[in-house]
Design a protein. Structure first.
Length: 149
């Protein structure tokens, strides 16, 4: 399920958090796999670093995630900013954490995932050379990693 989030062009963390948490009612006994790309990735990073998820997360996949405001071409992450000191909370809630970033990403500089990896040392980091901001229709490596629980 992909929750539709409010105000994507003028995103607000609190509004996203409220909408996201409404979906907790639909969690069942199946493995929980969370996937975030770009703004979704930074949302999941902040949410999981600051709050307990209602059940153990089997896999967390963060694609082209933002770490901070540095080098974002006049953009900011606004109230999606998180305290790196709290990132250990993610490790405690997720069995597997997998990061993906391409060195030629024209939206989120590659160094953002490098910083995230420093704070999530148990995460697996897949580095690509030519995937840009991962706008392609297919992402075989992500599917492969989901299947390899």
């Amino acid at each position: 399920m992909i929750p539709e989030m409010p105000c994507k062009q003028n995103a607000n963390y609190v509004a996203w958090k409220i909408r996201f948490e409404r979906h907790f009612l639909f969690l069942n006994n199946e493995d929980t796999i969370l996937i975030g790309h770009s703004q979704w990735a930074v949302f999941l990073t902040k949410r999981l670093s600051e709050n307990q998820f209602p059940k153990k997360v089997k896999q967390l996949h963060l694609v082209s995630s933002v770490f901070d405001d540095n080098n974002l071409d006049e953009e900011t992450i606004g109230n999606f900013a998180f305290d790196p000191k709290n990132l250990g909370n993610i490790t405690n809630q997720c069995e597997k954490i997998i990061l993906y970033h391409s060195k030629d990403d024209d939206i989120v500089p590659f160094r953002h995932s490098e910083e995230l990896k420093k704070h999530l040392p148990k995460a697996t980091f897949f580095i690509f050379e030519d995937k840009g901001h991962f706008r392609q229709e297919e992402f075989p490596k992500l599917l492969e990693n989901i299947k390899n629980k």
